[in-house]
Write a protein that binds this ligand. Structure first.
Ligand code: CA
Length: 243
């Protein structure tokens, strides 16, 4: 069976709907069991193509646990397609390939977290919980596509306006475009090169340190403590992300 839905324990409320994309039956079953016991509703897929169909047709999907090595469409391509189509469901990537560059590639294609095999089910469940908490608490889209809120910061892209606790702040055009990019892609990790291309344009000739400088200025305006940023955070070895 390519897709099964397992009923959560009758005594627990459903805490979220998780799609598990994994072609190794033993691992798939172990993950499904661990999540079902925690009260999650679990959907299963064994290859990337079926996973994609499920993400497009499922009304409520809170999280995807995604193996990298998969038949038909592999996990990296699946993730790329997902993000390209604007599907922002959190993705926890799992793979036997766990060195730093594999993790970076995973994050670069839009995964939110990366767990190397073999892993313990307790760690997997804890990471799922953390991802769901982050996606639910930190990002509230207050008005469809035009207003984004993250913590105390609200951005009104159409009005080129940013407020912190309802007080308007002044950003330079570059700072505004950086913040807009982060807040309209709440879980995405951006490399300095990607930020340069998006904010400064492909023709920009200069150093990627330019990005660091503008991020620092932006933090001074939006962070309570710019030395311990909570909004634009550094992803070591890669770049920046929101929250
Ligand atoms: Ca596999």
């Amino acid at each position: 069976m390519l897709l099964t839905e397992q009923a959560p324990s009758a005594t627990k409320n459903i805490v979220g709907c998780v799609l598990v994309v994994e072609d190794e039956a033993i691992i798939q079953e172990a993950i499904a069991l661990a999540l079902t016991e925690e009260g999650y509703n679990v959907l299963l897929a064994e290859d990337g193509y079926n996973a994609l169909q499920i993400t497009k047709t499922t009304q409520r999907l809170d999280l995807v646990i995604l193996d990298v090595m998969l038949p038909s469409i592999n996990g990296l391509d699946f993730c790329r397609i997902l993000r390209h189509e604007g599907i922002n469901v959190p993705v926890l990537m799992i793979s036997a390939k766990g060195n730093e560059s594999d993790r970076i590639v995973g994050l670069e294609v839009g995964a939110d977290d990366y767990l190397s095999k073999p892993f313990g089910m307790k760690e997997l469940v804890a990471r799922c919980r953390a991802l769901l908490r982050r996606s639910r608490q930190n990002f509230v889209s207050t008005n469809a596509a035009t207003v984004h809120k993250f913590g105390d910061v609200t951005i009104y892209p159409d009005e080129c306006r940013v407020t912190i606790k309802d007080t308007e702040i002044n950003l330079s055009p570059k700072e505004f475009r950086l913040l807009d990019l982060f807040m309209s892609h709440p879980r995405r990790v951006w490399s300095r090169e990607q930020l340069l291309e998006k904010v400064w344009g492909v023709d920009f000739v200069g150093d990627s340190k330019t990005v660091d400088v503008h991020i620092r200025w932006l933090r001074e305006k939006i962070e309570v403590d710019p030395s311990e940023p909570k909004h634009i955070v550094t992803v070591r070895g890669f770049g920046y992300r929101l929250g």
